[in-house]
Design a protein around this ligand. Structure first.
Ligand code: SAH
Length: 469
């Protein structure tokens, strides 16, 4: 397929087109010649350009009213099997509307774009919504043999018919299709090498041919991914790709909600309580052992006070034989301390350490001793889990230990809700650090004796720790 074309009408749409390119790096931006200056590809006539792109099968992302696109393309609509995806995006990014090209994955494209714009895509395809799969655009490796029968078949399904499945197709097994042994309808999967299906393709029987070399492997996979502190721009392309291809997501509800715009129709959510990390790890390993492609979702980096260690702990302790073949992968994310440091400059620019103030999994004595040692060694320190509803005194104690060894003037960075709505970042001297400054969504950076505040201009200051002594 050609790279998508983002078609814009004026300079005001440049920022939104850049955001869309963050989701689709291969997309090209087309701008109206006398209205936009900063664009590589320009056009003179909107209608002609859009129609040419459409006829060439290029996915079209119009940053304009849906009506304009509809009227422009209307004369060309004749064969839905050949229509490329066409989407309308509101100029302020508040709406993503898939219009055409359901068979070429327009809904998935809409989900990808909506994810970077942090809105819900306006998906209206009943089959997609109800069955969480599109029979007409199967995943790579599968080809529908009798597409002309699909319309009636899907209409019957929507009217309540059940379907029996012959052959292996994880994307169908994991969907919400009403699969039943006594189904009136049939879906049969045949291998490319197999010359004839057992059933006759008809309006009651869809047949898919599968080319096993092109199908994703069916070995169980478990990826432990970090989504960054919150904002989609801080999520790595690797993590996005894994979240989109997973059959299952496992994680704390808040983190799954943050990733929700990336969820494809074939992906099932498994929410869990934030406290039961080992249970969640075991559950995810068991799912992967059933040859599913599982993503455990952590915020920030999955290896920092998060799920990766929990998975390996369960793997070591319980060592179930069926877990041996699972392909495990850990995908890094931007941790809260990095995002916090970047907001104010470079407070972690030299040697530093991280300490969690939570005494749920380790005794307070160990924490107190570690804070003291870090202060003696003159590390800059990142405090995770500084306060929670149940843990209200630890931060005061930590401050008292620090003040024995570090100046009351030491810069302290308090970063709350990084990358999420309501982000606040404040800098104050250690002496003024108070319990009300923090909650469970705050990370605190304590400067070393070398950490400095610099004034760039009136009203703009930075915090950094020099690398030279
Ligand atoms: N794996 C995460 C840390 C999980 S521990 C990471 O690498 O960032 C949870 C603690 O992380 C919170 O108590 C808080 O101290 C910090 N944290 C996580 N997300 C944050 C955010 N968006 N803003 C500020 N602090 C955050």
């Amino acid at each position: 397929m050609n790279p998508p074309a983002i078609v814009i009408l004026g300079e005001a749409s440049i920022p939104i087109s850049r955001q869309i390119q963050a989701a689709l790096p291969e997309a090209l931006v087309y701008g109206l010649a006398d209205r936009v200056q900063s664009i590589v590809i320009t056009y003179d006539n909107f209608g002609e350009t859009v129609r040419e792109l459409f006829q060439a099968g290029t996915p079209i992302i119009g940053v304009c009213a849906a009506g304009i696109l509809i009227r422009t393309i209307a004369p060309l609509l004749s064969n839905k099997w050949q229509e490329p995806p066409v989407l309308a995006i509101a100029e302020d990014g508040s709406a993503v509307v898939p219009l055409l090209g359901g068979l070429q994955g327009v809904n998935d494209l809409a989900r990808q774009i909506a994810a970077v714009l942090q809105v819900a895509p306006a998906i209206t395809t009943t089959g997609d919504i109800r069955f969480r799969t599109t029979l007409l655009s199967p995943p790579p490796g599968y080809t529908l043999v009798n597409p002309d029968d699909a319309k009636t078949f899907i209409a019957d399904l929507l009217a309540g018919a059940t379907v029996k499945l012959f052959g292996e197709a994880p994307w169908l097994e994991n969907s919400r299709l009403p699969i039943a042994e006594a189904g009136k309808l049939t879906i049969e999967i045949i291998h490319k090498s197999q010359s004839q299906p057992t059933s006759t393709p008809s309006q009651d029987c869809l047949v898919y041919e599968v080319d096993i070399d092109c199908v994703e492997p069916t070995q169980g996979k478990l990826a432990i991914v970090g989504t960054g502190p919150g904002s989609a721009v801080w999520m790595s392309p690797e993590v996005k790709q894994i979240l989109e291809s997973a059959t299952d997501w496992v994680g704390y509800k808040t983190y799954l909600d943050l990733a929700e715009p990336l969820r494809k129709t074939h992906t099932t959510r498994h929410e869990s309580d934030n406290r039961v990390e080992l249970d969640r790890a075991r559950f995810a390993l068991d799912l992967a052992a059933q040859k599913r492609t599982v993503a455990i979702v952590s915020s920030g980096d999955p290896g920092i006070y998060a799920m990766a260690a929990a998975v390996f702990e369960v793997l070591e302790r319980e060592a179930k034989p069926e877990w041996q073949e699972i392909e495990i992968q850990v995908c890094p994310g931007i941790s809260a301390m990095q995002a916090a440091a970047a907001q104010v400059g470079a407070p972690l620019g030299h040697d530093f350490c991280a300490i969690s103030l939570s005494d749920i999994l380790k005794p307070w004595d160990v924490i107190a001793q570690r804070i003291k040692a870090a202060a003696q060694a003159d590390f800059a320190i990142a405090f995770y889990n500084p306060v929670s509803k149940q843990r209200t005194w630890q931060l005061e104690k930590a401050k008292a230990i620090l003040l024995e060894l570090r100046s009351p003037e030491t810069p302290v960075v308090l970063a709350r809700n990084l990358g999420r709505p309501g982000q606040t970042v404040t800098v104050k001297p250690l002496a003024q650090l108070a319990i009300e400054d923090a909650d469970m969504r705050t990370v605190i950076l304590i400067g070393s004796s070398k950490t400095r505040i610099v004034q760039q201009r009136p009203g703009k200051q930075w915090v950094y720790t020099p690398r030279h002594y």
